[in-house]
Design a protein around this ligand. Structure first.
Ligand SMILES: Nc1ncnc2c1ncn2[C@@H]1O[C@H](COP(=O)(O)OP(=O)(O)OP(=O)(O)O)[C@@H](O)[C@H]1O
Ligand SMILES: [Mg+2]
Length: 634
């Protein structure tokens, strides 16, 4: 994989949000509550260098000195947090803030507060009274790594850490931090935290984010590994969570971006009923509320959304929201690669891609293409993949892929995962291999927040309800645990033992060189009506075999594949493009006949390319919310 670039510095902490200010009496009950909608919170310092939170809106300007406070930050991902000002009995409840900005804002607030204390504390009351310094307010500078380190080394002085134990809903940062700061040998190494040093978007990714923030309905595409899902997560973090609905065509893809399936959002079942019936279904109170609340709808892996289903959704959006604009005025942010897997159809059913519908033409203002491949860094492999994506495979490419049959991708007892074209083969292969291993089965049962909805959690989380392991079991990690160490979604490993004790967690040796105990993790999905469901399970799956359909969107460490039975256009491309380089795959039974691209999709992409060419010929493109039906492709 390419070495990631890093963001040089963070922006000044200004947070768009809604704020509820609660005034409490001495007993802690609420005396008064005032809501300020669509305001900005600005973190700054006054003339005495006190930390001040300023509320700005066209009608209001309030200042809250931050002296003795507790941060409640369990719901950061949902754009919510509370600052309890102990000395003045106020609760400042933040809602509807872009989650990424909120995270940086809260960390900066905690860090700057701790550093202020470390660097000399506050000016006494007498000096303040006698001071002739004019009143001022200066926005705070971004938290630097040195400040972060000061806070880390003076751990006790940092309010987030110090008080977490006393705050019932403060999230347990300490255990995660411990894991993040240890290397494979277990020794502590100071690491720049991800929030201080986020991966930089490429210029084309930034451009898409800009367009999304301008409010246009956008479809962005690009070959496998160009960072579409990566960008989508940034987009999610930059939009207000209360009115943003994050979805994908499949449960696994939805889980990767922290969303739900498009079907679960829509509430129209399979969408096979007539448009009138679909509208009726979506008009049920809880579903309709969701539709009305939604201002931004995000859909990943849109290539697998059926065209008829998309047409019905568009009509439902207009009807349920009582708004004649396309999709009822919801901003659409669609992403995917139509040259990967198409919508699943029954035998004999006509396949309609989304882009072939009138609804698509009415809705999508702008189509953009990412071209910089980030998953692979091996140019020869990138060239082969680009050609296969378009349904072409020259003789020398076939030969090169055939040569990989001799690759030894096994290492340290970790075998290649067989990517299967047919789902039924996957289960069979995994169970047969597990049976052959000596030793006892260790069964790990998931704990679901609502056992009645376990089948929904089965389809929307990447982990199974019942996981059976043995020493020697080949496993795949299903969650990013520590990106720096290589413990990422798709990492391959082998079970080497089980911890003694009640839980008996597995010890897994991974291909990246780390051997570690795997503990339970939590997955959260939004059910219909916006209810959150949780599953706790080990983030592992058996990995002797995996289906190509389930692997769409993933990056895999080592895989082998037999592609002679491919039955879909794009299937061979999806399988091959999961790998990082030619050394980490073994391709069996390969021939040019395995490679297929759908002719309608090729035509669609030719149209996008032509439009790019014409745009480049005529003028520099200006992004304007006025423009309709423009196609912009990189
Ligand atoms: N700007 C970036 N900086 C660093 N790494 C990046 C960047 N963009 C993407 N990546 C990395 O590239 C890899 C592929 O990204 P991602 O899975 O988002 O691609 P994708 O276009 O969604 O692929 P697919 O079509 O297979 O779903 C990931 O490991 C991701 O973290
Ligand atoms: Mg993706």
């Amino acid at each position: 994989m390419k070495t990631p670039d890093k963001e040089p510095a963070l922006q000044a902490p200004i947070l768009p949000c809604t704020l509820v200010v609660e005034t409490l009496n001495a007993g802690g009950t609420v005396k008064k509550s005032t809501t300020y909608k669509q305001i900005k919170l600005i973190l700054g310092r006054n003339e005495f260098r006190d930390l001040i939170l300023r509320l700005d809106s066209p009608k209001h300007s309030l200042k809250f000195p931050l002296r003795d406070f507790v941060l409640h930050k369990r719901f950061l991902k949902e754009g919510k947090a509370t600052i309890s000002l102990k000395d003045v009995n106020l609760n400042l409840m933040i809602a509807n803030a872009p989650p990424n900005q909120l995270l940086v804002f809260m960390k900066t607030l905690a860090g700057k507060h701790a550093v202020t204390g470390v660097n000399g504390g506050v000016i006494n009351a007498r000096k303040r009274l006698l001071s002739t310094v004019p009143k001022s307010f200066e926005e705070i500078s971004p938290l630097t790594f040195n400040e972060y380190e000061t806070v880390r080394k003076n751990g006790g002085k940092m309010p987030l850490k110090e008080r977490a134990a006393n705050v019932p809903d403060a999230s347990p940062v300490s255990s995660k931090r411990k894991r993040d700061s240890k290397d494979a040998s277990g020794s502590s190494t100071p690491k720049v935290p991800r929030f201080l040093n986020p991966l930089v978007l490429t210029s084309e990714q930034k451009r898409v984010l800009q367009v999304v923030q301008s409010g246009l309905n956008v479809f962005f595409t690009g070959s496998a590994g160009t960072g579409k899902s990566f960008l989508l997560k940034r987009i999610v973090g930059a939009l207000p969570p209360d009115v943003t609905f994050v979805t994908a065509s499949t449960g696994v893809a939805a889980c990767q971006i922290g969303g739900t399936t498009l079907h679960a959002f829509a509430g129209i079942g399979s969408g096979k009923a007539s448009i009138d019936q679909c509208i009726q279904l979506a008009s049920r109170r809880v579903i309709a509320q969701q539709w009305k609340k939604c201002k931004h709808l995000i859909v990943d892996e849109v290539s697998m959304v059926d065209g008829d289903f998309f047409t019905k959704l568009e009509a439902v959006g207009r009807a349920v929201r009582g708004n004649d604009k396309p999709f009822g005025g919801i901003q659409l942010i669609l992403c995917g690669d139509f040259l990967q897997l198409p919508p699943v159809t029954r035998p004999g059913e006509k396949r309609v891609f989304c882009f072939q519908t009138n609804a698509w033409d009415r809705c999508i203002n702008l189509s953009m293409e990412l071209t910089d491949v980030r998953r692979q860094d091996d140019q020869e492999f990138i060239d082969i993949l680009q050609s296969i994506r378009l349904g072409r495979c020259k003789e020398e490419m076939v030969e090169r892929l055939k040569q990989t049959e001799k690759n030894t991708v096994e290492r340290d007892g970790i075998k290649a995962t067989r990517l299967c074209t047919h789902r039924e083969d996957v289960n069979h292969i995994n169970q047969e291999h597990l049976k052959k291993l000596a030793g006892d089965n260790q069964v790990f049962q998931a704990v679901d927040s609502d056992p009645g909805l376990s089948s929904l959690l089965d389809s929307q989380t990447p982990v199974v309800a019942k996981l059976t392991l043995k020493v020697g079991a080949q496993v795949m990690l299903m969650k990013n645990l520590d990106v720096g160490q290589g413990l990422v979604n798709g990492a391959r490993g082998v079970v080497t033992g089980f911890k003694m004790g009640k839980e008996g967690n597995p010890i897994v040796r991974f291909l990246c060189g780390v051997t570690t105990e795997i503990k339970h993790e939590k997955w959260t999905v939004k059910g219909s009506g916006g209810i959150y469901l949780h599953r706790r399970q080990l983030p592992l799956k058996l990995a002797w075999a995996f289906s190509i359909h389930k692997s769409q969107g993933m990056t895999l460490d080592c895989a082998e594949m037999s592609l002679s039975r491919v039955f879909e256009a794009g299937q061979a491309y999806v399988a091959l493009s999961r790998a990082r380089n030619l050394k980490s795959i073994r391709v069996l039974d390969f021939g040019p006949e395995c490679v297929r691209a759908h002719p309608d999709v090729l035509k669609f992409y030719q149209g996008l390319r032509r439009a790019r060419y014409e745009e480049q010929q005529t003028h520099d493109i200006e992004i304007s919310t006025e423009r309709k039906a423009t196609t912009l492709v990189y």
